[in-house]
Design a protein around this ligand. Structure first.
Ligand code: GLA
Length: 691
């Protein structure tokens, strides 16, 4: 519950280790006071009593100190809120009061007929602050050019480093860390989806290490276009502002009586270094974001790399039999099972089984898969349409388009306008019908292109489709989940193009990357783990050489140990695997099931980053720990270093169940575990249990 100080205008939210404090001045200005270690309301009041810097003609004392800078008046920082009416631009708000309850603090402001509420929530036993804003319009229409979810203000430090996750298709989530210099660093997506190019997350530190030091992190829960701007202001203050939409050219038009709620922008302070920050983010998502995160995800087989578009019921049955024999628990038929979808040129939009390939629908294959003891899953891409489809022929105006302009095709497909009620209703009927027509347990929901022609000719304010598409997607997912609670969903967008706290609130796992090369994956997984937990990070073992990406040859061992760091899947053509390969795979799947609770629910320690030589991660849950280690290439004279483990009790001993070897906690923590890896692309799994 937020604490309110005696002055009645200072509030402190506290978690187990962190506090966050804000203050409304007598003049009605909302100031940021504190984000960091726990403080008391009296500490916050003392902070509030510190005078603002003197007012100078070319500088504003408010800049870098306000909690949510609006546009207009004595402010020169990037505004979090930018509004326009027929006669005026900007906001001049007055403080109206506060409310608290259900662990949430609400600060109410008003500008004419527009009520603006800032929301704060710290969920029990986390240090994550969730922030969002609601606009309730009781006056004439207001154009919302921009409404960020939050602005975060950092304390004064000598210097700051900015960490971010950048990438591209097949090479997502690359961690980079660089010194913050004066001016702004802006990341985001203007593609209509979260994007492969940046995950909506930043971290700032002033000298943290993997296991020590202060780290500030912010992550946005939004699956459309977005922007996070990190500014180092002239007086060395740092502010981070972010929200939905890439630019300030218009988000929506708020008519009389209408409301808008921004997505949540979550922030976390920790002094446990980057590793501590990741573990806190993971725990928060498992507790409050990911549905049913206490339940471990099954080992899946996916047909995409094995059979591509060339699928048939008989061939999928054969694959399913091989998969079941390996211990796979969920069999997913990827693209190519519906409409005229024999390649990427046709069929998207027509969500009925292809009559040549599945003459009796999907039910017989689903029954076979179930009889083999596995769950059954399918691939869909509901937000898209091929022009060569029955849907497009019937409704060419259901796509996003600009009148009289080219309709840009990517992968021969166009984007449906999910802001339209009729489109959402059609998709609901198709998908609800599909999930009712066969016993489907799992849906891989894909999104394989960006917005390019985001127009909506009939709508008076067409740009609202950027926001309403995402809301439409969320509403559809929520409705399907409610109607089919036994079905799990995977978020995919050509691999990792739609991974964020918003979609994770309504999907069970994500497709991390189309790139299944096990070495490339280590870097992708390292970046991914900065913010998201292994519980949602799907990873498949595919064929070697890796035909889809870099043709690298790697052992089955290396491929398995790489994929076992997340939600294990198999995606190779099992009909071409040797008996020996299948037998080894069976053993790896069995081992994964033993370590799965640790990987999916445990605390992650990144022991060494995936750069060059030896890298490793460790998961700890209760009495057990497991280390996954990978040697990229051995160099003569450079022995693989011992791995200093984390999260163990120095006074206890730990036994490896496979070898019976006993290790002392203090030795593992200080001197490390020696793992015998040799040659190129070697890997190992070491399990240890407290004696
Ligand atoms: C995307 C996905 C792949 C696969 C194909 C099917 O690229 O990321 O995993 O499902 O679509 O067309």
């Amino acid at each position: 519950m937020p604490d309110i100080a005696e002055d009645g205008r200072t509030w402190v939210l506290s978690g187990p280790a962190a506090s966050y404090a804000v203050h409304v001045t007598e003049g009605g200005e909302l100031l940021h006071l504190h984000w960091g270690p726990r403080i008391t309301p009296a500490d916050a009041v003392a902070l509030a009593a510190r005078p603002l810097p003197a007012c100078r003609p070319f500088e504003s004392p408010l800049d870098g100190r306000e909690e949510y800078p609006v546009e207009g008046g004595p402010r020169f920082v990037r505004p979090a809120l930018s509004l326009r009416t027929g006669t005026r631009r900007g906001t001049e708000w007055t403080y109206e009061g506060h409310e608290s309850g259900d662990g949430e603090l609400r600060l109410h402001f008003r500008d004419g007929g527009l009520a603006i509420t800032l929301h704060y929530r710290m969920r029990p036993s986390t240090d994550v602050v969730e922030r969002w804003v609601t606009l309730d319009n009781h006056g004439p229409a207001v154009e919302v050019l921009r409404a960020d979810s939050a602005t975060w203000t950092l304390p004064d430090r000598d210097s700051w480093r900015l960490s971010r996750l950048h990438g591209r298709w097949g090479a997502e989530s690359r961690l980079t860390r660089s010194e913050l210099t004066h001016g702004e660093e802006v990341i985001g997506s203007r593609r209509g989806h979260t994007s492969h190019q940046h995950l909506p997350w930043v971290a700032l530190d002033s000298g943290a290490g993997e296991e020590s030091g202060e780290v500030y992190g912010c992550a946005l829960g939004w699956s459309g276009s977005w922007r996070i701007a990190v500014a180092l202001l002239p007086d060395a203050r740092v502010q981070i502002t972010g929200g939905a939409g890439y630019d300030d050219s218009g988000l929506l038009l708020l008519g009389p009586g209408e409301s808008y709620t921004t997505p949540v922008f979550a922030g976390l302070w920790t002094d446990g270094g980057f590793g501590g920050a990741s573990r806190a983010w993971h725990a928060y998502q498992r507790a409050y974001v990911i549905p049913d995160a206490g339940r471990d995800r099954p080992v899946l087989f996916n047909s995409w790399e094995a059979t591509g578009f060339d699928i048939s019921e008989r061939q999928q049955r054969a694959l399913a039999e091989r998969a079941a024999a390996l211990g796979v628990e969920l069999f997913v038929v990827d693209d190519g099972w519906f409409g005229a979808r024999t390649g990427d040129g046709a069929g998207l939009g027509d969500w009925t089984p292809n009559p040549d390939r599945f003459p009796d629908g999907l039910a017989p294959l689903a029954a076979h898969v179930h009889a083999l003891g596995m769950q059954f899953g399918i691939w869909v891409e509901p937000e898209m349409v091929n022009p060569d489809s029955d849907l497009y022929r019937a409704h060419p105006d259901w796509v996003q388009y600009q009148p009289g302009r080219k309709r840009t095709e990517f992968r021969n497909q166009l984007v449906l306008n999910l802001a339209r009620e009729d489109v959402r209703q059609y998709l609901w009927e198709q998908l609800d019908g599909l999930l009712s027509s066969a016993p489907v347990d799992y849906v891989k929901w894909d999104f394989n292109r960006c917005f390019t022609d985001a127009g909506w000719p009939q709508d008076p304010y067409p740009q609202r489709l950027w926001v309403d598409h995402v809301r439409g997607l969320y509403a559809l997912l929520d409705r399907l989940r409610a109607a089919h609670p036994q079905v799990a969903f995977e978020s995919c967008s050509g691999g990792g193009g739609r991974i964020d706290l918003g979609v994770l609130g309504r999907t069970d796992q994500v497709w991390t990357s189309d790139n299944t090369d096990p070495l490339d994956r280590l870097a992708i997984q390292y970046g991914f783990s900065q913010i998201h937990p292994a519980r949602v990070m799907a990873a498949w073992v595919t064929d070697s050489p890796n035909a889809m990406f870099n043709h690298r040859t790697s052992s089955l061992k290396f491929r398995f140990v790489s994929a076992m760091a997340g939600v294990l899947g198999v995606g190779g053509d099992l009909t071409r695997w040797s008996e020996e390969g299948l037998a080894q795979a069976r053993d790896w799947v069995a081992l994964y099931k033993q370590i799965r609770p640790l990987v999916q629910r445990g605390d992650l320690y990144r022991l060494r980053p995936p750069q060059g030589g030896l890298s490793a991660v460790q998961y700890v849950l209760g009495d057990e720990t497991v280390v996954l280690a990978w040697l990229q290439a051995q160099r003569f004279g450079e022995p693989a270093p011992a791995l200093r483990l984390r999260g163990l009790n120095p006074t206890e001993t730990y036994e490896c169940p496979e070898t019976g070897e006993v290790h002392r906690g203090a030795v593992l923590l200080h001197h490390g575990l020696r793992v015998d890896l040799r040659g190129d692309l070697d890997a190992a799994v070491v399990r240890l249990k407290r004696k």
